[in-house]
Ligand binder design. Structure first.
Ligand code: PEP
Ligand code: MG
Length: 566
């Protein structure tokens, strides 16, 4: 048995697909058989074009024509007579195909990157994609494509990046195992949203499993059984059945209001990453969307989505939700979420770097385009705007100022939008939590992002298994901040929600009720479970529990006590 972090509940039984990262390093050689080398290059280009064509077709179905055209543009570029001619020339001079390709691509990348024109700069990203694609083929390091995994596949990887996970087909993937990542990593969030059992942070797992090997993934306990025998297979098939039965029992909470035992009503929203996820919100019986992570719209493509593309996406979500609340978070990029085409500088400490609202306030055109798209969509539903990673009130003021600027521009053009759109703040840094009283005077609402708040408060990387013992919202330090945020919101009469993973944590729920949280935003599969958990408690009971909890000194004491009462 192997152990890791239980990141997405359920039992998966299937066969391993290893998703390996590969390095594109090589030693340049001088070639003597020029003809053979030139043919090797031509073969690689032909295969690259075939692969790209297939990807473009997939993308056409999944995303649309425009996205497909970007990939088709790559085929034209690599076939461009000047580029391929120059590469051939270098090969004729004795350079190996890898270094000839790299030399020419790097030249174009440098040339395109140095211009002021945004469109031309984006072409540098296209050339980078081409370089990586052809180089991978030349080095025999073709990527394993998750989207083409067969039925009954368990994905095993060092790390699943958000763009990799975005290609998962829920019908074929029965389990996920990774070496890194905790319960709030994006792989975990996605696994839960797709209801795929996942065990993360399993030390050295990629070296321990072979492709095709049968494994059982127990995402509820964080356990993996390799090559199970018949009795293990029987036991886990039964466990899988019970798990699914329990899930069915939760159906009693469908189409009911979210109300505590003492009669207080709560809002129970969902977190989404794509407009279509709004459908999942509706089918999961979510009462709205408390967090639309818009960065997913910017991923899996080679350029920034246009204002119209964004507008259509936000409008689509709003229309699906039929006037249920939709909180759209502005671009939260940086940290673990890179967008290669933005050419973000490599930073020593990206989680504390140039990201989220900091980036958007400096890249005003990009930010205003997003704000304009959100505001235009606000004519079609109950949309609010939320800024991520705020640390100072200046950021909120500056962000709101830009919202006002965009509003006046839209007004001048007679474009419809909701003039009273609410602008809220995600409270996910210790600074924001401590100055919640200041922020509450200028924000329309708060949503607590416990995923980051826990990490920044405990100075602990959410994906680092060596320090994951510190990473808990039940740490007294984190709980005190959460209490302060909610109380500050209440004193200033603004609603306070929570969109971090802690909102679905059954041990946290009585505490959040007692502190006065009014909105819970969770992954779609957690909706009914959270509704059931809220229905268990009366306000009076939760107050007693919270009073006791706030007197304990350690997370272990808090957790042990809560285990006895829930
Ligand atoms: C959070 O930090 O709690 C949050 C919800 O944002 P994300 O997980 O997208 O960083
Ligand atoms: Mg966050």
């Amino acid at each position: 048995m192997l152990y890791g972090t239980a990141a997405s509940e359920g039992i998966g039984i299937g066969r391993v697909m290893l998703v390996e990262e590969h390095s594109l390093e090589y030693t340049p050689k001088t070639v003597t058989d020029i003809e053979a080398e030139s043919q090797r290059f031509k073969n690689a280009v032909a295969l690259f074009c075939d692969n790209t064509k297939a990807q473009a077709e997939n993308l056409r179905t999944a995303a649309g024509d425009k996205e497909a055209e970007i990939l088709e543009g790559h085929i034209q570029m690599i076939k461009d007579p000047y580029l391929s001619g120059e590469i051939e020339k270098l090969i004729n001079e004795g350079q190996c195909a890898e270094s000839a390709l790299e030399h020419m691509c790097d030249m174009f990348i440098a040339m395109f990157s140095s211009t002021d024109d945004e469109l031309t700069r984006q072409r540098a990203t296209d050339v980078k994609d081409i370089k990586i694609g052809v180089l991978s083929i030349l080095l025999g390091k073709n990527e394993v494509k998750i989207s083409t995994a067969p039925k009954g596949t368990v994905i095993v990887a060092k790390e699943l990046t958000p763009s990799m996970t975005a290609g998962i087909n829920k019908d074929n993937i029965v389990g996920i195992i990774t070496e890194t990542g905790g319960t709030t990593s994006h792989s975990a969030i996605l696994a839960r949203a797709l209801e795929i059992p996942a065990v993360l942070s399993v030390n050295g797992i990629t070296g321990k499993l072979a492709a095709g090997e049968q494994v059982i993934v127990d995402g509820s306990k964080g356990e993996i059984i390799v090559s199970p025998d018949d009795s293990e297979l029987q036991t886990y098939t039964q466990k899988r059945r019970s798990f699914l039965e329990e899930r069915r029992e939760l159906e009693n909470y469908r189409n009911k209001p979210t109300v505590s035992a003492s009669g207080e009503n709560y809002e129970l929203f969902c977190n989404i990453g794509k407009p279509d996820d709004a459908l999942k919100t509706v089918s999961a019986d979510g009462e709205g969307v408390g967090l639309f992570r818009t960065e997913f719209l910017f991923m899996e493509r080679t350029s920034v989505p246009t204002e119209d593309e964004q507008f259509e996406a936000y409008k689509k979500a709003a229309l699906i939700l039929k006037n249920k609340p939709l909180i759209i978070r502005t671009l939260d990029i940086g940290g673990d979420k890179d967008l290669p085409y933005l050419g973000l500088e490599k930073e020593e400490n990206p989680f504390m770097g140039f990201r989220a609202i900091r980036y958007c306030l400096k890249k005003r055109d990009l930010f205003k385009t997003q704000l304009r798209a959100i505001l235009r969509a606000s004519a079609f539903g109950k949309i609010s705007i939320m800024f991520p990673l705020v640390t100072t009130v200046d950021e909120l003021r500056e962000g709101k100022q830009l919202v006002e600027e965009v509003k006046s521009e839209l007004m001048k053009n007679n474009t419809a939008f909701n003039k009273d759109i609410k602008v809220g703040v995600m409270i996910e840094t210790p600074s924001a939590a401590v100055i919640a009283d200041i922020l509450a005077k200028e924000a329309d609402f708060f949503s607590i992002g416990t995923n980051d708040l826990t990490g920044y408060t405990m100075a602990c990387d959410r994906g680092n298994s060596n320090v994951s013992y510190l990473y808990s919202p039940l740490q007294p330090g984190v709980l005190r901040l959460i209490k302060n945020i909610i109380e500050s919101g209440r004193k200033n009469n603004i609603p306070v929600g929570m969109c971090g993973e802690a909102a679905a944590n059954e041990m946290m729920i009585p505490l959040l009720i007692s502190f006065g949280l009014t909105e819970f935003s969770v992954s779609a599969p957690s909706v009914l479970k959270v509704r059931k958990a809220i229905s268990k408690w009366s306000k009076e009971e939760t107050d007693k529990i919270a009073e006791k909890v706030m007197q304990f000194s350690t997370q272990a004491e808090i957790e042990n006590y809560l285990k006895t009462v829930i």
